[in-house]
Design a protein around this ligand. Sequence first.
Ligand SMILES: CC(C)(COP(=O)(O)OP(=O)(O)OC[C@H]1O[C@@H](n2cnc3c(N)ncnc32)[C@H](O)[C@@H]1OP(=O)(O)O)[C@@H](O)C(=O)NCCC(=O)NCCS
Length: 401
Amino acid sequence: MEIRKIESKTDERQVIDLFAKVFSGGGYYNSLSLKSNYVRAPWTRLDRNCTAIAVEKGEVVGHVGVLGYSKRIGSSHIRCGGIGGVAVEPRFRKKGVATRLFEAIIANMLEHGYDVSMLFGIPDFYHRFGYAPCLTHCEIITTLRDHEPSRSGLRLRVATKKDIPKLAKFYDTDNAGRTGTLVRGERDWLRVLKCRHHLVLRGSRCVGYIRCDGRGKSLYVHELAVEPKEAILAGVVELCLQRTAKERRAELCFNIPLDSPMAGFLQTQNCKTIQHHSRSGGPQGRMINVPQCLDRISGELSRRVERSAFAAKSLKLAVKTDAGSALLTLARGKVAVRPGEHSAPLQLSCPQQTLMKLVIGHGRPLRNLCGEKVGTKGDVGELLEALFPEGRPFLWEIDHY
Ligand SMILES: CC(C)(COP(=O)(O)OP(=O)(O)OC[C@H]1O[C@@H](n2cnc3c(N)ncnc32)[C@H](O)[C@@H]1OP(=O)(O)O)[C@@H](O)C(=O)NCCC(=O)NCCS
């Protein structure tokens, strides 16, 4: 069996046929939309240099796709390989095909300049390729009974391609500094708008945008960016509740970051918040290139240090993992990163998964350091709290790989 890149239109066609066989039966994907979208659409982020297929006697029997995105870590941006289309032909399963594909794509991502990789996956499978849970899924639920009318005079209009600059402005403002979100370009907006979004208008002025869709007993708000004024937040909730009632659904569910203005507003109303944590499966990530990633986020790390008790201190911290090592030097409130293994008064030695959690702010640093394979030298606890504080990393639903 050969493990290689997609090289021809025949390969592309066979990849789509494989998806149709593996996914569409369960309604997981619509194979027709995959046909038109996955490989050739103008908005595809498929990275052909990193994606791998398994070929047996001229037939594509396995595929792991890498989608290249820019992702925020606070105010810094890193390169993230989003994993999609993980599929092995049923006849070839449990023979190590997916394992060989993952070995290939991880090496490819390292070669092609990625910092981290993330995926949304089935349980008990991806840990063997170094992926560990690194996002928490949140839902804020409110019902018609709970709400006071706002009479805000807001209305909705379906967004079109011409509205992309407006949508992008609201998205960029709302997500500035929000760890985990994608840095969306024009091409991403073309993909995003394949699902219907609405502009929120007050008179003729656009005050934001929203994407909702109904499923079962709930109307879901999957994306939202509006001016963070109470009257507008209240008006948007009211519009959504009206639609919830019109569609005879029982509740309104917001899949939004818990630190967003809308989440703050909802928490002043009657609502319930659910956080889904998973030990395995769901959103997971791994480091690809540790020194490069730390270097890319050194601007954000410096900002954090400047605001901390370490602002005036000079320190060296050596970080060692199985996905690379680096020396962090703090001086005059700035963090500089040097690749390679170093010896320093402060040292952290840990699996790359632990560092992934620290970088993305999933969980408290000291809790993340409880694992057996973590070693420290010197008093690193407070410094790690300053460099990698617990956050609320988030990825909007439409951007799930
Ligand atoms: C999941 C899938 C890609 C695995 O492919 P595969 O080639 O059979 O995987 P491998 O043979 O390399 O298996 C590697 C290990 O994972 C285990 N494994 C295989 N499929 C698994 C599954 N669905 N769940 C949990 N573990 C699984 C194997 O037992 C093996 O374990 P071991 O290392 O302890 O021996 C394949 O079953 C598939 O295409 N499933 C349907 C599509 C799908 O679910 N894709 C993932 C979407 S997130």
